[in-house]
Each structure stands twice: as C-alpha cells, then as structure tokens.
Design a protein around this ligand. Structure first.
Ligand SMILES: *Cc1c(COP(=O)(O)O)cnc(C)c1O
Length: 454
C-alpha cells in the first residue's frame, strides 16, 4: 500500500468555526449526501461523468401526486399544465403527461415539442408574447388553447381566423395588482385600467373566436398566498361579468404558475423550508375565492394550474467535483468546482444547498464556491459553511430541477449528461453530454478560411 503524499497548504490565521453558532442556534451538522434514490453518487459519476444532472422519477411522481391532491381535495375540477420552459427534457415532460398534466408552452419551439411528445393539440396551452402567424395557424388548426397576450396578437389572430374560417379557442392573459410588487404588467391585459375588459369585449363581439378561459401568471416564487386569492377574485369577477353581459360561460380559469419550491432565496432572512408557506394555504385561498365568488355552482370553471418550479425543483440534483482549493487575498478559502453558473444558472438567485458526497471531517470553514468559468461572476455560493474539500471530492447541489436544464449555457465547456433514476432505482441517460462534434455540426467554414499557415 502506498501512502498518499501529504499536501502542503500555506498556513493562514482564520477564525475557528467548529461548533459554529448562528442566529438560529448551533449550526447543523453537515451530512454528506452519498446516494440519490439508493444509487451511490460514486457510481453515477463513474458511469456518467462529472458534472452530472440527476433527476428522480419517484420524487417527481410523488410531488405531483401530493400537490394534485392538495388542489383536488379543495376544488372539484383541477388540471395541471406542465410548464415546458421549467424543464423541457422530453423524458421529464412525459412523466408529467403520464401523471395527467397537459402542456403549457410559451414559444413555437415548445409548442412543437409538446406535439412531438404526443400531447393532443386541444390539451396544449399556448402562452407568451411571441407567437408567429405560423404558430397561431398551427395552434388554431389543432384546437389548442391560445392565450392572447396583447392587442397586436388579437388583430393577427382575428385576421387569420376570418381567412381560415376557423374559430380559435382563446383566453386572455390578465395582469393585475395582487399586492405584490413590482406588478408583472408586461404580459397580458391589465385588470384595473380596463384593458382586460376591453379585450374581452373585442373578442366576444368579433364573432371569430370561441372564448374559453381567463389566464394569469402573477409572478414566480410567490410567497404570498393572498396574492393568488386576489387574482382568483378578479378573474372570477370577469367570468361573471362575461356571463352577465354575453350569456357566455367560460370553461376554465387558469391561475398560472409561480408557487414556490422550498429553495433558499438569496437575501431572504429565513431558509426556504421556513420561508415558503405550505402549498395547502395557496390551494385554500384559490379554492375559497372561486367557490365563494358569484359564479353559479353548476358553472364552476375548470381550475388550471401551471406550476413549474414547485413540481420539479426538489427532484433535480447536480453532482460536481472539486477541481482545486485556494486562499483568496483576504485569507478566505475558495473552492473551485467543475460546474458553475453555466450549468447552475439558478445560483444567481438561490443559495442552493451543496452537500459533500463523501464522509467529511467535523472541522468547518466559511468558503466561497466558484465554478470553472473564466468569468468573475461564476460564483456558485458566495459564502457557505463546509468542511474542507479536497481535489477530486464530489459535491451535490440540491433543488436544482427547475430552469437549469433549460437556461444552462454552453460557454467554454459542454453541457453534461442528464440521468433519470427510475422508480426501480435504475439510471437512464435522458440527455447525452454535448461534445465538440455537437457544436461543429452547426458551424460552416467558408472555403477561403479552411487553411492557414503559421
Ligand atoms: C414560467 C411560467 C410558468 C411556470 O412558472 P413557475 O414559477 O415555475 O411555477 C407558468 N405559466 C407561465 C405563463 C409561465 O411563463
């Protein structure tokens, strides 16, 4: 047996942090996370490399069932629409579709993806400000739910509908004051200033549309259940007004997404688990608003929820490897990982929980975690208490399932493998790592640039 050579590190004077106290009491022990759904992190890295995204199918299904139950036990008719932009890997989408989710898309590309995954056209909700004439034609032909975002879209669709002798099924996106600021008023039609009502009147009188619903998406990572109550009140009021004026009953009210996952928001005083209200409170408020409204009981609309991050964040993990350690000029410890903001885009607004993936010492130190990019902003955690990690050690970032595998960027490194661990504990690649070939496939070299002499 050979002894491992001892590494030398220049001594620095540092405040000792063992048995560390913070304002909530003594710091919790740092537990390593050595396996995901029973599969050792070591084995995953050996087979699929590092960094590596890992999703747990069991956790996705369990979370969906839990949240679905919270809503369906409070309101009689509920449907979920899977928010594609939150995570549109086909395998992930299909888990949600198998659970019964419709698709919620915000671009022509996502719309195509939902169709190719086999979602029936009439179960695709088409949101967003950027729908081309071709997108609208397709959505109209497939009887999809087109959520109008602005008047220019209304004029365009009105024209297409008249020319195609087809009545598209539409809803409008409504923005409003829900007591949470700033108001997301760049999408849809405003409630308070009468824009929304005005748009509804144009739709109802044009004769070219079938108005089927009302939609809002009031923000993301919303921490106030009351905001959803106000939104549901306002949409219910519009529902009743449409009924009274036109004798027309809408099919659904869609309250969008924005429900928070238990993540640690940067700058928040409390960790996510203590900050985020129980989902029951959101569901209660929404159900009460709709049930207590003036909508006739026999005309209660379908409630659509477009939750994204709530349903997928906790089921996603990012495994990484320590590249090196160094001391910053201030004496603080810096640890460099093989993933940074390129893979973990959400580290810009979350303090993701990062756990070592092997047994660690009891000694802890405040460290700054950097990614591998040659970019000063490539910081995974500005400050986190961790035991010293050595080159080659693994770490696991948690609650990373939402937005990372859609917002990741290909900057100086390739996007890594993504693995799904199925209900039986078997890993499957659901997206292969990119290679230089992947990138070169898209490039063209003009003939005069093919050769050079140095
Ligand atoms: C992004 C988005 C969602 C999902 O939002 P989450 O905050 O992840 O729940 C739902 N609906 C619309 C219209 C969106 O743009």
């Amino acid at each position: 047996m050979t002894m491992e050579k001892k590494r030398y590190e220049r001594p620095v004077i540092q405040k000792l942090n063992s048995g560390l106290l913070n304002k909530f009491g003594s710091a919790t022990e740092i537990k390593p996370l050595t396996e995901i759904d029973g599969v050792p992190v070591k084995r995953l890295v050996a087979e699929y490399g590092s960094p590596l995204f890992v999703f747990s199918e069991r956790q996705i299904r369990e979370k969906y069932a839990e949240v679905h139950k919270i809503f369906t036990t409070r309101y009689p008719k509920v449907k979920f629409g899977w928010s594609y932009k939150t995570n549109y890997l086909n395998a992930i989408c299909n888990i949600f579709h198998q659970q019964g989710s419709w698709a919620e898309v915000v671009s022509g590309f996502e719309y195509e993806k939902a169709l190719q995954n086999g979602v029936p056209g009439n179960k695709i909700i088409f949101n967003g400000p950027d729908k081309t004439a071709a997108d609208l034609q397709k959505a109209m032909a497939n009887n999809s739910l087109i959520h109008l975002d602005h008047m220019d879209e209304f004029y365009l669709l009105n024209e297409l509908a008249a020319a195609g002798h087809k009545k598209p099924r539409v809803a409008i996106r409504v923005n409003m004051d829900t007591g949470v600021y700033p108001i997301w008023d760049r999408f849809g039609f405003n409630y308070e200033n009468g824009q929304a009502w005005s748009a509804i009147n144009k739709i109802m009188t044009s004769g070219n549309f079938t108005m089927v619903g009302l939609h809002c998406h009031i923000g993301t990572f919303m921490l106030a259940p009351s905001a959803y109550g106000i939104a549901a009140d306002k949409l219910a009021a519009l529902f009743v007004r449409i009924k009274n004026k036109f004798g027309h009953t809408l099919e659904y009210i869609d309250l969008g997404g924005g429900l928070p996952s238990p993540n640690n928001l940067k700058g928040a005083y409390l960790p996510g688990n203590d900050l985020v209200p129980p989902i029951e409170e959101f569901a209660d408020t929404i159900a009460n608003s709709l049930l207590n409204s003036d909508i006739a009981p026999n005309e209660l609309p379908l409630l659509i929820m477009e939750s994204g991050r709530l349903l997928i964040d906790e089921a996603g993990y990012l495994i990484g490897t320590v590249i090196a350690n160094k001391r910053l000029s201030t004496g603080r410890r810096a640890t460099i990982l093989d993933f940074g903001v390129n893979s973990l885009f959400t580290s810009f607004w979350y303090n993701h929980k990062i756990s070592p993936a092997q047994e660690v010492s009891n000694y802890k130190e405040d460290v700054e975690l950097f990614g591998p990019l040659c970019m000063n902003i490539d910081v995974v955690r500005e400050s986190v208490i961790l035991p010293p990690l050595n080159t080659g050690d693994r770490v696991v970032a948690q609650n990373v399932g939402a937005y990372n595998v859609t917002q990741w960027m290909q900057f100086i490194t390739m996007r890594p493998n993504v693995v799904l661990i199925d209900d039986q504990g078997k890993p499957h690649i659901i997206r292969r790592a990119e290679s230089l070939d992947t990138l070169n496939q898209m490039e063209e070299m003009p003939a005069h640039l093919k050769t050079f002499k140095l």
